[in-house]
Write a protein of this length. Structure first.
Length: 435
């Protein structure tokens, strides 16, 4: 909001206050506060000019926040990549950074470049680390497996980020979920759950036209704490070659990636967990039978239909199930007629859409008297799944408990949350009997 506009609004509010219009002044003050908060969010994600333009054209806060989310998704789900709250290193600094040295310097309270990076992150986020902050977009390097015996071959390296490890291990990110690193504070979003109505009228209608307003729901993403525990040998952590950094990065990423992945699909939304896809009210549902049923072609198409009926059949559409479901569908015909193809095609597609499998998807669900043998099959526009991360990976070390074994215990902490842009973008079958 430009200074002149803000000054005018504040003056009008003061005039109303002096006139005794208490309820109006409160409304105006709330509007000013909401506008300032929305513009601050727009600035943080790099769309301040768009937000100011919409504001000048009369848009409200909910409409602007919906625009911001649309822009974030269009940009590929990295809303804060250029935001000031992400600490970035130069290419030279990235080559110097070592996650192993970060752990040992925290364990033994040693000065290091990694501790300087952590201090910078803490200052940026205005939150002290419990141990040492490790930026999740830091690149780690490993020696090429085909290095020659010559000295030049020993420096053959390739960069991999912690986030890339997350994407490789977590099926929801591989499926196309929107990953939002570098968040600060509560993030408000708006989603439109119903469209506005329009009416046909003649010239100069004698009475006002009843026009329905679109239904807007505001939801927020707030940090939830995920912790992991790993143990490394002191001898491993003091290695100077790239393999140790890569191993530790991949190991820490696995701890967090697998749990974020599970929570994104099946999180309870209680007991400090984020809510996962299947526990959102309003997603499409396909049932096999009272006690479960073997998944058939009609069930898989039914998942697509459930989303299409909700006008949400667009975007990064994929099927996701577990290895049992994959094996069953690869050996199940679409129809009994001669020449029929298998449901899971050789090109790893189902019904014309890409299909992924991961044992993160459970095969021990219960339906009626089935026992714990049912599998889940999910289908949806995975870009509509939002996975947000706050701050950086926080590592706290314990060099004492296992000191007599030459081991250092590492507690990792990550703040994240999960939500759906539109619940209608997903459908699930939770009673598939896959043998």
């Amino acid at each position: 909001m430009d200074p002149d506009t803000l000054a005018a609004a504040q003056k009008a509010a003061e005039d109303l206050k002096r006139s005794g219009a208490t309820s109006v002044i409160e409304l105006r003050t709330n509007t000013i506060n909401e506008t300032m908060e929305t513009l601050a969010l727009a600035k943080r994600v790099g769309f301040e000019a768009d937000a100011e333009k919409m504001l000048r054209e009369g848009a409200n806060g909910e409409q602007i926040r919906k625009m911001l989310l649309d822009k974030i998704v269009e940009r590929g789900g990295n809303p804060f990549g250029a935001a000031p709250n992400i600490v970035t290193l130069t290419e030279r600094e990235e080559k110097e950074y070592s996650i192993c040295r970060a752990i040992t310097s925290q364990a033994f309270q040693q000065n290091s470049f990694e501790r300087e990076v952590s201090d910078t992150i803490a200052k940026t986020h205005k939150r002290e680390a419990g141990g040492i902050y490790v930026p999740t977009n830091i690149k780690t390097r490993a020696q090429d497996a085909t290095v020659s015996t010559q000295a030049a071959g020993l420096v053959s390296q390739y960069p991999v980020t912690f986030i890339e490890f997350l994407r490789n291990m977590a099926v929801v990110l591989k499926a196309g979920a929107t990953f939002m690193p570098g968040c600060v504070g509560t993030i408000p979003f708006a989603r439109q759950n119903a469209t506005a109505a329009a009416s046909w009228t003649g010239d100069n209608p004698g009475s006002g036209v009843a026009l329905g307003d679109p239904t807007i729901e505001v939801f927020s993403m707030t940090p939830k704490q995920l912790m992991g525990k790993r143990t490394y040998s002191k001898q491993l952590l003091v290695q100077t070659s790239g393999f140790a950094d890569r191993y530790v990065t991949e190991d820490l990423a696995a701890v967090h990636a697998l749990e974020i992945d599970r929570a994104a699909m099946f999180g309870l939304g209680s007991s400090n967990q984020p809510k996962g896809i299947v526990n959102f009210s309003g997603i499409g549902a396909v049932a096999g039978g009272t006690n479960g049923a073997a998944p058939a072609w009609a069930n898989l198409v039914g998942l697509e239909t459930a989303i299409n009926v909700a006008n949400a059949l667009d975007g990064t559409l994929k099927y996701v199930t577990n290895s049992k479901g994959r094996g069953f569908l690869k050996t199940t015909l679409i129809a009994s007629a001669a020449g029929s193809d298998m449901i899971w095609a050789k090109d790893d597609t189902i019904n014309g859409y890409p299909a992924l499998s991961s044992n993160q998807v459970p095969s021990n669900l219960v339906k009626g008297s089935s026992g714990d043998v049912c599998s889940a099959i999910l289908f949806g526009n995975w870009r509509e799944l939002l996975v947000a991360e706050w701050g950086a990976l926080d590592l706290t070390t314990d060099p004492y408990t296992l000191a007599d074994q030459g081991l250092i215990r590492v507690i990792s902490l990550q703040l994240c949350d999960i939500n759906l842009r539109h619940v209608q973008s997903f459908a699930a079958m939770l009673d598939a009997l896959c043998g």
